[in-house]
Design a protein around this ligand. Structure first.
Ligand SMILES: NC(=O)c1ccc[n+]([C@@H]2O[C@H](COP(=O)([O-])OP(=O)(O)OC[C@H]3O[C@@H](n4cnc5c(N)ncnc54)[C@H](O)[C@@H]3O)[C@@H](O)[C@H]2O)c1
Length: 434
């Protein structure tokens, strides 16, 4: 198969690299010349564990290349994937389809023979039909089909998720497109990973329903965590107690500072809009969005309480700014709500993150970047664990407590326990829901 991948972000690059590893001939396209330059030089523009090695292997094998020339990449391709961003549109919470529709038009101009145009970006119900109409209008008479192939990979574990997916969802409207998509995913089909063929609208909705469900699960346990704090229960044990029930499952049941990242916030918001537009309000999802905002704000109050009601003039060390470990992605990270609130409250904020600095420097003005957790905490009035990177999971807490002015910890990921903190000499500890 010859594949063109339009967009080399977290999804496009991982998908392109993995498809080439399946043995397909893949050309990745991006309109950002800096990205293409880096990729051509063998450098990966994002942090995703294992991606550099897999990319180098497939470039060396001659199956994977990068270009800014969309026309050349689309010429002769069996499948053209659209993997561009669909951020929240300013003002109304809807998914912004500008990039998707622009890519569709460019592809329409570039088509030379039959190809399947596959939307991998997360897009509202009806978008694939819109893509088809746009291509028909721009390039009447050209032979093509559209397909919807939402992506479920998680940043930080993206390669494994792509290579060993729980399922692959493919929305198609013709046998010819189904055959091409079957060939694209043949290596996974041969290894018995389920491929679910649906119509376009169903595939589009599966993606939003999946993300909204997971966001709901996280928000549910965050709400239970709050109740735990009031009644003296331990949310970690509640999570375990319910997660062992096979009908519930133990994933996405960790109480924390609220969900963030490049998908859940924008996809819950888009699903709420889709529901409103079709007179089928997504009341649960709307509530989830509201509660998640409250959760983030509650974290600020927790830190203020820990510091005696105010952080004015105090030094707070924040460990972790990315929305989760093993990624450099800062989009909608809870740190972007919590840290500005601390800075606004008059705190001096020292931050440390293994991969977050490159993005974080522009997004978090007024903070001081430190090299490691101990340097950040030295002389501080409180330390806040915001992202559970491995290097923050095995800290020498006694060493940290000794170096602090006031040994107080807000552990917003429940990495440690009140007992661990007390034994290490911390004068005060607050977790989430315990
Ligand atoms: N990031 C994730 O974990 C994840 C997971 C599943 C699904 N998704 C979905 O995948 C889509 C892409 O997400 P992402 O995080 O990879 O986005 P991203 O912003 O990291 O990457 C998008 C890339 O597309 C490029 N681009 C935009 N228009 C282009 C055009 N016309 N031609 C060539 N390149 C173009 C941009 O320059 C950018 O490099 C979104 O719809 C997102 O919701 C993301």
């Amino acid at each position: 198969m010859k594949i063109a991948m339009i967009g080399t972000g977290y999804v496009g690059l991982v998908s392109g690299v993995c498809f080439s590893d399946f043995g397909h001939e893949v050309v990745c396209v991006d309109k950002d010349p800096r990205k293409i330059e880096m990729l051509k030089a063998g450098r990966v523009p994002i942090y995703e564990p294992g991606l550099d090695v897999l990319m180098a292997r497939n470039v060396a094998a001659g199956r994977l290349s990068f270009t800014g020339d969309l026309d050349a990449a689309v010429d002769g391709a069996d499948a053209v994937f659209i993997a561009v961003g669909t951020p929240t549109r300013r003002g109304d919470g809807h998914a912004d389809l500008t990039y998707v529709m622009a890519a569709a038009e460019e592809i329409a101009h570039a088509l030379t023979g039959y190809a399947v145009i596959v939307t991998k970006s997360t897009v509202p119900v009806g978008t694939n039909a819109q893509v088809r109409a746009a291509i028909e209008k721009t390039a009447p008479g050209k032979a093509f089909d559209v397909a919807s192939n939402p992506e479920f990979l998680r940043e930080g574990a993206a390669i494994d998720d792509f290579m060993r997916p729980d399922r692959v969802v493919v929305g198609v409207t013709s046998e010819r497109a189904k055959k091409v998509m079957g060939e694209v995913y043949r290596p996974l089909f041969l290894r018995d990973f389920p491929i679910l063929y649906t119509d376009l609208e169903t595939a589009e909705l599966i993606k939003y329903a999946a993300n909204a469900f997971l966001a709901t699960k996280i928000t549910f346990i965050n709400e239970i965590a709050r109740l735990c704090e009031k009644v003296g229960a331990d949310v970690k044990q509640v999570s375990r107690g319910i997660g062992l029930d096979g009908r519930i499952g133990n994933k996405f049941l960790h109480a924390g500072p609220g969900y963030g990242g490049s998908c859940f916030p924008k996809d819950t918001s888009a699903l709420a809009r889709i529901g409103q537009e079709h007179a089928a309000p997504m009341q649960i999802v709307e509530t989830v969005i509201k509660v998640n905002e409250e959760v983030k704000r509650r974290m600020v109050e927790k830190i203020l309480d820990l510091c005696g009601g105010s952080v004015n003039g105090k030094t707070v060390a924040v460990l972790g700014v990315t929305f989760k470990p093993n990624t450099d992605d800062m989009r909608d990270a809870p740190s972007l709500t919590i840290i500005p609130a601390l800075v606004g409250g008059g705190a001096r904020v020292n931050v440390v993150d293994p991969q977050g600095r490159r993005e974080g420097e522009h997004l978090l003005p007024g903070v001081t970047w430190m090299e490691d957790a101990y340097a950040a905490a030295a002389g501080a009035d409180a330390v806040v664990i915001l992202t559970e990177w491995n290097e923050f999971r095995a800290l020498d807490l006694a060493r940290m407590a000794r170096a602090m002015k006031h040994s107080r910890m807000a552990d917003l990921r429940n990495v440690y326990s009140p007992k661990d903190a007390a034994e290490a000499g911390f004068a005060a500890y607050t977790g989430v829901g315990r």
